[in-house]
Design a protein around this ligand. Structure first.
Ligand code: SF4
Ligand code: SF4
Length: 348
C-alpha cells in the first residue's frame, strides 16, 4: 500500500497522474540492496529468496528523484525520461501551486541573510494591447541597456516577480518598455492584460542579466527573434542603429501566425528609415487580413524549417531570443552550419 504521506499532490498535481518511479532490470540486479535500504520512502521491498530488489510502492517515489539510479553499482535501475517532469513544470497551475506554497511557508523557507535587491514601485505610463501582447511603459528613469531585464509583480500580492526584457533604449528619458505576452491561465500576464491601468503602480526589481549587444562596430549583426522574443532584440536593433545608422543588420522574426507579428509597424518603420536593416518575417500561416509591409522578405513556413534553410557566416554576430526550449535548437543550427559559437549570444 502506498504511504499517504508520500501521496500528496506534487505542486498541485495529483501524484497518481504522474508517471515517475523506478524500474529494476532483474537480469542486471546483483541484489546488493543499496536501493532497498537507501530509499527512505519505502518504494522497495527485498525478495530474500531470489536476492533481488522489488519496486513495491512506485507511487511513494519522489517525483524527480533518481538517487537509487545514481547509487546502483550495476546500473540496473531506470526512470522515465526527465521530460515527464519538465512537461509538468511548464504547466501554469504548477507554477501557481509552487508560488502559493512558498509564500505560505515563508517564515520557514525565507533566506534571512538575503542581500537587499534594488526595487521600486513604478507607475504605468502607457499601456497598449497588440493582440495578446501588452506593451507596457513604466516610469523608470534609467539608462539600462536593452536586453537586460526587470522582475515585475503587483505591489499588493504574494506573487513572485516575472522577468521581462527591456524593449526600448532608455536614456534617462523617464520610461522603460516591456512586451508582456498573455499566457492562458498565467496570473501575472492576465492581471496586466485585464486589470492594470495607466497610473497604477507595479513593483519592479532590477535590472538583471547580461544579454546586451556589445559586438565590435565592424561586425554585422543578425538577430533571431522567436515570438515575443522580439522584445529585447527590437531594443538592441534600435540601439545599434542609433550608434551607426549604416550598420548592416538582419532580423529573422519567426511566429506561428501573422497576427503574432505584434510589432510589425515598428519593424517596417525601421526598414524604411535604415537602408542596411533587412528583415525576414516567417509565419506558418498568414491571415487574409494581414497587411504585408513594403519592405522585407516573407516566408510561409515553420520558423525552424525556414531558419535551417538560411545561409550563415562568421562575419555576423548572432543574437537569439525566445522561448527557453527553442534557444538551444536555433543555436545548434548555426553551429552545424559552421558559425563559431563565440559569435552566438542567447537570451539565457
Ligand atoms: S542497487 Fe541495483 S543492484 Fe543493488 S539491489 Fe538495487 S537494483 Fe539491485
Ligand atoms: S528515486 Fe528516490 S524516492 Fe524514488 S525510489 Fe529511488 S531513492 Fe526512493
Amino acid at each position: 500500500m502506498p504511504d499517504p504521506r508520500f501521496l500528496k499532490p506534487w505542486h498541485g498535481i495529483p501524484r497518481e497522474q504522474i508517471n515517475w518511479h523506478p524500474t529494476v532490470d532483474e537480469d542486471r540486479c546483483i541484489g546488493c540492496a543499496t536501493c532497498v535500504t537507501g530509499c527512505n520512502r519505502l518504494v522497495y521491498r527485498y525478495d530474500f529468496e531470489r536476492e533481488k530488489s522489488i519496486v513495491y510502492d512506485p507511487l511513494n517515489c519522489l517525483v524527480g528523484c533518481t538517487t537509487c539510479h545514481n547509487t546502483c553499482p550495476v546500473d540496473a535501475i531506470s526512470f522515465p525520461p526527465f521530460e515527464v517532469v519538465f512537461d509538468l513544470e511548464k504547466r501554469v497551475d504548477e507554477h501557481h501551486a509552487i508560488e502559493d506554497d512558498l509564500f505560505k511557508r515563508k517564515d520557514i523557507l525565507a533566506y534571512k541573510e538575503a542581500k537587499p535587491v534594488k526595487k521600486s514601485e513604478v507607475a504605468v505610463r502607457e499601456k497598449e494591447h497588440r493582440d495578446d501582447v501588452t506593451i507596457l511603459q513604466l516610469e523608470l528613469d534609467t539608462d539600462v541597456r536593452p536586453g537586460r531585464y526587470f522582475e515585475l509583480s503587483p505591489v499588493d500580492k504574494n506573487w513572485l516577480g516575472r522577468s521581462y526584457s527591456v524593449a526600448n533604449v532608455p536614456a534617462h528619458d523617464g520610461y522603460v518598455e516591456f512586451h508582456i505576452k498573455k499566457v492562458p491561465g498565467g496570473r501575472f500576464s492576465e492581471f496586466v492584460y485585464n486589470h492594470v491601468e495607466i497610473g497604477d503602480k507595479l513593483l519592479a526589481k532590477g535590472p538583471f542579466g547580461s544579454f546586451i549587444c556589445d559586438s565590435p562596430k565592424n561586425r554585422k549583426l543578425f538577430f533571431v527573434a522567436l515570438g515575443v522574443g522580439l522584445a529585447p532584440l527590437i531594443g538592441m536593433i534600435q540601439e545599434a542603429l542609433l550608434q551607426d545608422p549604416n550598420r548592416d543588420i538582419t532580423l529573422f522574426w519567426g511566429v506561428s501566425r501573422s497576427k503574432d507579428f505584434y510589432c510589425i509597424d515598428k519593424i517596417d518603420e525601421l526598414s524604411q528609415k535604415y537602408k542596411n536593416f533587412k528583415t525576414i518575417l516567417v509565419a506558418k500561416e498568414y491571415d487574409v487580413a494581414f497587411k504585408f509591409p513594403k519592405h522585407g522578405e516573407f516566408l510561409k513556413k515553420r520558423s525552424l524549417g525556414a531558419f535551417i534553410e538560411g545561409l550563415y557566416d562568421n562575419k555576423h554576430d548572432y543574437y537569439i531570443a525566445g522561448p527557453f526550449g527553442a534557444l538551444e535548437t536555433f543555436k545548434n543550427v548555426l553551429i552545424q552550419k559552421g558559425v563559431d559559437k563565440n559569435h552566438i549570444f542567447t537570451e539565457i
